[in-house]
Design a protein around this ligand. Structure first.
Ligand code: ZN
Length: 397
């Protein structure tokens, strides 16, 4: 399976400059390739990733700074262009007036990557990649798996701090789960992030923390200062660091929840999120936050990230790693059924607790989770029955 490990790196001053210059070169390549696609698109020609790679040698000859870099870096950037164009074509299908992908300014270009890592060595906490920079010191807070095969590197700069994300392909042993035979139903929601069928509830990060207050203050200060001033640039960096701290806090919480669930249960039954309707997170805009503060892109992203989906992704790979599995069931009528007596409930969906005439009184999430588990187990039993039935019919012949 593929796993991604992300480590902070501590570049020297020269390496810092080198990484920044590569980032800049890749941004130029992205914008040039996008321009190329755009002109072709307007003439009615659909270029592909392969067309882009074919014209890459000529581009590298014309822009000599690129020739020192490995090809894998340019390929990574061209893949980004290809993805952006694919998404654009999807948008066009839904809306004929959809906007063309953005050209990237410095503020909107944070990463470059290397596809197909050759000549890359990780030893003693140092990363060496041919043609990029010499030995880069990483803060490796956990070891890579012993049999890991490096597949892709992505370097990202956020708030003056560089990170490297290492995608590895490794074998997950067919080990048994620590608690074989254990199963739970899991209900994912916005208000209550995760509810289990055994009654445990997991909250999201509290909305108001020291970090989120700092972020709000940073945005307020940013909204007040003059455009294009040096102070604004400085405050922008402060806001960037504050955003990053909030993002880290929130993702840590998701990792903790998903690890707790996958360690305790072998089989985890969830609803099919593609079929489930979530209420859209409401963005409140208060006048005290400064004009336009909450509406800015990054802040909106921090607050309105689709959390249940992200949590489920983490649960999937952690379950696979721990020897467990995730079972997906149809979400229809899950919320409208009482877990104890099976009768349909008439309550509105936003009631906190599920209270039934039969005497059941549990949090709504728990009721859903128990129903999800029951549905998962009956589907499993039906599948087993079909298999047994097949074996029997074969035997009778
Ligand atoms: Zn009931």
């Amino acid at each position: 399976m593929f796993l991604q490990y992300k480590f902070p790196i501590e570049p020297s001053r020269a390496q810092h400059a080198r990484l920044a210059s590569i980032l800049q070169l890749q941004r130029n390549l992205y914008n040039d390739a996008l321009q190329n696609r755009r002109t072709a698109f307007q003439r009615g020609v659909h270029l592909t990733y392969e067309d882009d790679t074919k014209s890459l040698p000529a581009y590298r000859m014309a822009n000599r700074q690129h020739t020192a870099l490995p090809w894998g870096i340019n390929n990574w950037t061209l893949r980004c262009v290809d993805t952006a164009m694919a998404k654009y074509r999807d948008r066009l299908r839904a809306n004929p007036n959809a906007g063309f992908p953005r050209f990237r300014s410095e503020d909107r270009w944070r990463s470059f990557g290397v596809h197909g890592v050759r000549g890359c060595v990780i030893a003693d906490g140092y990363l060496t990649v041919d043609g990029i920079v010499g030995k880069l010191r990483m803060r490796m807070h956990r070891p890579l798996p012993a049999d890991a095969r490096l597949t892709r590197l992505t370097f990202t700069r956020r708030a003056r701090q560089w990170h490297v994300a290492i995608l590895v392909d490794c074998k997950v042993g067919d080990q048994e789960h620590k608690k074989p035979g254990s199963a739970c139903g899991l209900d994912l929601g916005i208000e209550q992030l995760a509810s289990l069928s055994d009654g445990s509830l997991f909250d999201d990060t509290p909305r108001k923390t020291t970090q989120s207050s700092a972020l709000r203050r940073a945005y307020r200060a940013l909204a007040r200062c003059q455009k294009d001033s040096r102070r604004r640039k400085k405050l922008r960096e402060r806001q960037d660091r504050a955003s990053q701290r909030v993002i880290n806090l929130r993702s840590t919480r998701l990792h903790q929840i998903s690890a707790a669930i996958t360690n305790r249960f072998e089989t985890i039954v969830v609803e099919d999120l593609a079929l489930k309707q979530f209420p859209r997170p409401t963005r409140t805009r208060r006048p005290s936050d400064g004009a336009g503060a909450i509406a800015t892109r990054e802040n909106g992203q921090v607050l309105a990230e689709p959390r249940p989906k992200r949590l489920l992704e983490m649960i999937r790979y952690k379950a696979e790693k721990a020897g467990g599995k995730v079972v997906v069931v149809d979400p229809r009528h899950i919320t409208q059924t009482c877990n104890a007596c099976g009768s349909p409930t008439s309550e509105s969906n936003d009631a906190d607790r599920h209270i039934c005439a039969c005497g059941a009184d549990v949090p709504r999430g728990t009721n859903n989770a128990i129903n999800i588990l029951a549905r998962g187990l009956s589907a499993h039993a039906a599948a087993l029955g079909r298999r047994v039935g097949k074996v029997l019919s074969n035997a009778s012949v």
